[in-house]
Design a protein around this ligand. Structure first.
Ligand SMILES: Nc1nc2c(ncn2[C@@H]2O[C@H](COP(=O)(O)OP(=O)(O)OP(=O)(O)O)[C@@H](O)[C@H]2O)c(=O)[nH]1
Ligand SMILES: [Mg+2]
Length: 363
């Protein structure tokens, strides 16, 4: 998977869980926030710079005239409530804004100072409701696809019959997502896997997307572990972030650490890197623009070349790669170059996190 210069994350949560507050904090935006449910009626979209200190180090060596951090595009939508698939609240149509994105962030709340739409905070119940509503919406999409395929199958299309079998497996996992917060199809063959994954991605199923959880709260940090524990057994610890987004809004990011807290932007960056299976690499020449790129582990330099520019892939000759830990020891690009930090590689080279890459190509 080639994400490009940004990876896209959607915030999904019940009303008044603090989605827009989190959005404003991360994207330095000022979208409307209030303690009344359904404050956000359609969507907010913004960009968060990843927490990536390596960019500053590299830009000093390269004397970059412009710097682009790896970015996270964040989409904040209306709140989802019980019965949304039957049209309760604002319904679930706005999930269509989430469908094209790479990762879902479920925002759950334990906010004692703001009323909960169902009267009482309950992290586990809310997470169950969100997954149930999403699975109902996904099943609706599947059933529309099934109808089409059944018609084709009835006139003897063999492939349609095969796809229907694949959809059965996907449906099982949508149920699994609703029940257990897991989605993992056991494919019978590589061929079936390829077809199945194509179905999942073209149907844009939210249940199948990688996800993490933010628990947004106003209670004392000494009780944050307690909140985390309310999801124990449901999801892995590394997928859960606890924060107080409103309080973080009020202090400078640098000062957040003085309270013994890691800034939300840093926590989210690290979580996204982990669950998106992400590798960050850089391109840039001395005195020019430094750019950051996001790809999945296992991406070759040839695939990455095509992501940067189609000409680069078409005319690919070779690439030079500098490992971050080596490159950072030098004060200028020239010095690093002369000391052999850049190593020549072929098109099958698999990109590693922190690589600075220069691609040679002919047009
Ligand atoms: N104390 C505290 N209050 C918060 C926190 N996050 C959000 N709030 C408050 O909770 C209320 C709802 O916040 P929003 O950001 O509007 O919530 P939302 O999820 O976007 O709500 P909808 O758009 O209605 O779905 C506001 O009054 C916020 O100030 C937090 O971390 N701590
Ligand atoms: Mg909102």
């Amino acid at each position: 998977m080639l994400y490009g210069e940004r990876i896209r994350v959607g915030l999904v949560g019940i009303p008044s869980s603090g989605k827009t507050t989190i959005f404003n904090l991360l994207c330095k935006a000022s979208a409307e926030v209030s303690e009344y449910p359904f404050t956000t009626k359609s969507k907010n979209q913004g960009i968060m710079q990843m927490y990536e200190p390596r960019v500053e180090v590299l830009s000093k060596i390269l004397k970059s005239n412009e710097v682009k951090y790896p970015a996270v595009e964040i989409v904040d939508v209306a709140g989802l409530i019980k019965g949304a698939h039957k049209g309760e609240g604002l319904g679930n149509e706005f999930l269509s804004y989430i469908r094209p994105l790479d990762i879902v962030c479920y925002v759950l709340r334990h906010i004692e100072s703001v009323p909960h739409i169902d009267g009482k905070d309950d992290i586990k119940r809310d997470f169950d409701i969100l997954r149930y509503e999403i699975s109902m919406s996904d099943l609706e999409i599947i059933s529309r696809r099934e109808e089409k395929l059944k018609k084709l199958s009835s006139v003897g299309q063999k492939e349609a019959r095969e796809t229907l079998k694949i959809l059965e497996k996907i449906k099982e996992q949508i149920e699994n997502f609703a029940q257990n917060a897991k989605f993992k199809v056991e494919w019978e063959s590589e061929d079936e896997r390829a077809k199945g994954e194509k179905e999942i991605s073209s149907l844009n199923l939210v249940s199948a997307k990688p996800f993490f959880v933010i628990i947004n709260t106003d209670i004392s940090t000494s009780r944050w572990d307690e909140l985390k524990n309310s999801l124990k057994g449901k999801i892995e610890d590394e997928k859960i972030i606890v924060c107080d987004a409103l309080s973080e809004m009020e202090i400078d990011e640098k000062e957040v650490r003085n309270y013994g807290i890691t800034p939300l932007r840093e926590l989210i960056t690290n979580t996204i890197k982990k669950i998106g299976n992400v590798v960050i690499f850089f391109t840039g020449f001395e005195g020019k623009e430094l750019r950051s790129w996001i790809v999945q582990k296992g991406t070759t330099v040839f695939e990455a070349a095509g992501m940067i520019h189609s000409d680069m892939q078409k005319g690919f000759i070779s690439a030079e790669v500098a490992k971050y830990e080596e490159y950072k020891k030098f004060t200028s690009d020239k010095e690093a170059y002369q000391n052999g930090v850049f190593i020549k590689v072929g098109k099958d080279y698999i990109i590693e996190d922190g690589d600075t890459i220069r691609i040679k190509f002919k047009v």
